[in-house]
Design a protein. Structure first.
Length: 554
């Protein structure tokens, strides 16, 4: 059963009962006028019957109280004795709710297609009322589109035209449901950083290939001041960009935050960042809060990205974000591919972004009145400097000491007196751009010594980043070459065989065939139905067991 039908079946049946909350404004005004008369009569000490007679005489003589006269005029006429008695009894039993009119108009007809119409209307493709009515008629029901429209519009909001089943539960929650309003006035600048990655809504020229691509911006924002304390522009969300952005923020501002409020992306949840012993958070004793997946509203930096695209992204002709002109964007990309127009460069975008950051930091703070974001940061920050003065963020991994040395990333490192720690596990901190040294720490974080590269193979690049890029490039070229050979074979309708296996198997047969000698067929495990004769090499190679097709990974 469709969830919308289940929710519809659980709706409370109101019947002829009305409450003050679901009554119309007209019904409420009428009940209030009745209540004026009922309360006046009930407080009289002479009894209800005599009090009603006095009220009738005073009203007809125009000597009644102004509130009584106004109430009777609102009701249209002076009610009779029996009506007044009924109103008084209802008021005693149910209060003012008992005075609400019971008449609700014509009762809605219970059609047989109501549940089926809910299933059709709340399907993901969002059909119209007319489409639902047409489908109902095809299934044997008798329904008009105005009947379907009246039925759907009379339902609660969660079952109406903007239900979560039509627009999606996430979008419905963000647009129509209440949410928690949070304030950051109890936070001081420098205490909590909010970090996230954002794919730019602008096509830029790739620095190496020149082709259009969308870069990934990794940024960290101070929650209290809303200032951007660190950022990095890369090809995609990665641990290295995250590490570079936050290490730059710590070094430039000379402050280690107490907490991170982060996304659940791979750039933040990985061993390099999140390991209990060697991770970045553990290294600086930073408490990490991971946001609920799919709940972008709780991340302050998401509003920054939205504001940034409006101020920076829309300045470029290759903008592809919200409210963009898709035809114009496609035309620009086509002209760029043809060489008629140059794509924006990374440096041009960075220049615009830096200018925007300057204006953004000097604009009014959203919560602290009369001060800018930069002023809140400068005036209230309490810095917690990192322990090392010459701060360089070094990723860390655990290593095992053997014979006074250890191996890290296919490199051997050694140091004087390192053999004293043979058989122990230590922490090695390494530089991504320089593999000539590492720093060794105990598992509790106590610094021990520097370890230098013992032997370097010239086949391995000195930079770990260069090594990773080289491996990635080699893999891409290999996959492209494999795909090329497969396409060629398919176009030529060629059979793909394992030549190495054929060569090994056919070498002795070829030699015998060249000598034109006869052989015993049983020596080659051929069918015994044929007598001794001269072997045909081409026929033998065409045997199914020799055609070993090669498969490829796409």
């Amino acid at each position: 059963m469709h969830p919308a039908v289940q929710k519809y079946n659980k709706l409370p049946s109101t019947g002829n009962e009305l409450s003050w909350q679901n009554a119309s404004e007209t019904a409420r005004k009428k009940a209030q006028s009745k209540a004026v008369l009922v309360r006046h009569l009930l407080i009289q000490e002479c009894g209800l019957q005599k009090a009603f007679d006095v009220l009738v005489k005073a009203y007809r003589a125009n000597t009644a109280l102004g509130t009584i006269t106004t109430a009777i005029d609102a009701l249209g006429k002076l009610p009779g004795r029996a009506t007044i008695y009924n109103w008084c009894n209802a008021y005693k039993d149910n209060g003012i709710n008992g005075l609400l009119p019971n008449h609700k108009g014509k009762t809605q007809t219970k059609y047989s297609w109501l549940a089926r119409s809910l299933e059709l209307y709340h399907s993901p493709n969002s059909p119209s009322f007319a489409q639902v009515a047409d489908q109902l008629n095809k299934e044997g029901y008798k329904a008009e589109h105005h009947q379907v429209r009246r039925f759907i519009n009379a339902l609660p909001h969660e079952l109406g035209p903007q239900s979560p089943y039509r627009m999606g539960a996430k979008l419905y929650r963000e647009k129509h449901k209440d949410h928690l309003l949070r304030s950051t006035d109890n936070l001081k600048p420098g205490v909590m950083y909010n970090g996230d990655g954002h794919t730019l809504d602008v096509y830029l020229a790739h620095p190496k290939t020149g082709k259009p691509y969308r870069a990934e911006l990794t940024a960290f924002q101070d929650v209290a001041s809303r200032c951007i304390v660190g950022w990095e522009l890369g090809y995609a969300e990665s641990t290295l960009d995250t590490l570079a952005a936050i290490s730059r923020a710590i070094k430039v501002h000379n402050n280690v935050p107490a907490m991170f409020y982060l996304d659940n992306g791979s750039g933040y949840k990985n061993k390099l960042m999140n390991d209990d012993t060697t991770g970045f958070y553990a290294q600086f004793e930073i408490d990490v809060i991971f946001a609920i997946p799919g709940n972008a509203r709780v991340k302050w930096i998401e509003r920054f990205f939205l504001h940034m695209e409006d101020r920076v992204g829309k300045r470029f002709s290759t903008y592809c974000g919200r409210d963009h002109d898709d035809r114009h964007k496609q035309l620009v990309l086509k002209e760029a591919k043809q060489g008629k127009k140059a794509l924006p460069t990374v440096d041009e975008w960075i220049a615009e972004f830096k200018a925007f950051l300057n204006d953004y930091h000097n604009s009014a703070h959203p919560e602290v009145k009369g001060k800018t974001r930069q002023q809140v940061w400068d005036e209230n920050i309490e810095r917690v400097p990192p322990v090392e003065g010459d701060f360089v963020m070094l990723p860390r991994e655990t290593v095992n000491i053997r014979r006074g040395r250890f191996r890290l990333h296919q490199r051997d490192y050694s140091a004087d007196f390192l053999h004293q720690y043979n058989g122990q596990e230590l922490i090695a901190a390494y530089d991504l751009h320089d593999d000539s040294y590492t720093k060794l720490y105990k598992l509790n974080g106590e610094f021990l010594m520097f370890a230098n590269l013992k032997a370097k193979s010239h086949a391995v690049p000195s930079s770990r980043i260069e090594q990773a890029e080289s491996a990635r490039r080699t893999g891409r070229l290999k996959r492209i070459d494999t795909k090329r050979r497969e396409i060629q074979a398919q176009e030529n309708d060629e059979r793909i065989v394992d030549l190495d296996s054929i060569t090994k198997f056919a070498a002795p047969i070829t030699a015998i065939a060249e000598q034109k000698s006869t052989v015993n067929i049983f020596d080659f495990d051929v069918s015994p139905a044929r007598p001794q004769h001269e072997i045909d090499l081409d026929e033998l190679l065409d045997q199914p067991k020799l055609r070993k097709e090669q498969t490829y990974e796409l």
